[in-house]
Design a binder for this molecule. Structure first.
Ligand code: PMV
Length: 335
């Protein structure tokens, strides 16, 4: 460590993300398209005054108010294990730190809250150490933390969150790391996002799907290939600004996700509301079994957001522009 002790407080930030195409199939080596959100997780890093931490404190409802890595200590085991990985990666002096976390990503919604926490923590600690971290190392380290939360993640979440913008991501089966390409979009993507309640967890959803796939491997493989083909086609339409076609492909992707058993009545209801209100297309984002639905609109996402909210769902809007998020839209109901 270069002497981080000089620093009083440093900040790490990481945005949440949506998956526009390809969740689950990406675990099977197919391409996916994902983008960062204009909201995320902030971690303030400072000295705790004791050396048996790090202590994580949170004002975010998705996290316990206080957590320490010690086995059997405060906080859920996965979060404590994630903190232990941060100590292993960043060095024993990390034990004297405290992390104050806040942010506005709804938990367990497929919006990247755990990957954003991992990236924001690592950014904050590296800032505190006065040691800049390059994207490749950050991706590698965030992957180690993500594994604690998600078992065997494809890497799409934390890679997108580190790189930012709109990305095509692919990790061929057996490959150690994935490859990501930033996309430049000629048109803004305006989304309304509704949350169909928390999901049961990415690791659980991925494992349950693998189990179902074991009974009919060739049929599931065809669906994964079909989803991959949609992601490839969507990339071309996105790069040409053909949003009507992108929306149609989102609806098709949602059909596959339903066939894979990761949709729910709440997700289908949100998709139906979005389409009735004129969305170009709608689908779940992330692991499914609950969580976020993203609806692409041609112009103003507000009517779809209002319809989501009127039906009782947490809802907000976002705009993705030319490979990076540029506009922060108002959320009538902060998640
Ligand atoms: O963690 P979530 O809900 O954003 O889901 C991540 C996407 C999956 O494809 C379901 C899992 C993975 O590792 O890619």
């Amino acid at each position: 460590m270069s002497d981080g002790a000089q620093q009083t407080t440093t900040l790490g930030y990481a945005p949440g993300k949506v998956i526009l195409f390809g969740e689950h199939a990406v675990v099977d080596g197919q391409p996916a398209i994902a983008a960062t959100l204009d909201r995320g997780i902030r971690v303030a890093v400072s000295r705790s005054g004791v050396n048996d931490g790090p202590i994580l404190r949170s004002t975010n409802a998705s996290l316990p108010p206080r957590c320490r890595p010690d086995p059997g200590g405060e906080g859920p085991e996965r979060l404590r294990a994630a903190l232990r990985v941060v100590v292993d990666l960043c060095g024993p002096h990390t034990r004297q730190l405290q992390f104050s976390v806040d942010g506005a990503i709804p938990p367990g919604a497929g919006l990247g809250s755990s990957a954003a926490l991992a990236v924001a923590l690592l950014r904050g600690v590296h800032q505190w150490q006065g040691e800049p971290i390059d994207d490749e190392t950050l991706i590698e380290r965030a992957f180690a933390v993500e594994k604690v939360f998600h078992g065997n993640p494809s890497g799409v979440d934390h890679t997108t969150i580190v790189r930012g913008g709109v990305l095509a991501y692919e990790k061929p089966r057996g490959a150690a790391i994935g490859t990501a390409t930033s996309l430049i979009l000629p048109r803004r993507l305006r989304l309304a996002i509704g949350v169909a309640g928390p999901h049961a967890g990415t690791a659980t959803a991925v494992a349950a799907l693998r189990e179902r796939a074991r009974n009919h491997p060739e049929h599931y493989a065809r669906i994964f290939h079909g989803v991959g083909a949609l992601a490839r086609a969507a990339r071309l339409h996105l790069e040409k600004g053909e949003l009507g076609a992108v929306g149609e492909l989102m609806d098709l992707n949602q059909g596959y996700l339903n066939a894979l058993g990761v949709s729910t009545p709440g997700i289908e209801a949100l998709c139906a509301i979005a389409r009735e209100r004129g969305a170009l297309g709608a689908k779940l984002s992330g692991a499914g079994g609950g969580g976020a639905v993203i609806a692409l609109v041609d112009d103003d996402p507000e009517p779809v957001r209002r319809a989501f909210a009127a039906a009782g769902y947490t809802a907000f809007t976002t705009t993705l522009d030319s490979g990076r998020v540029t506009a922060t839209s108002a959320a009538s109901e902060e998640p």
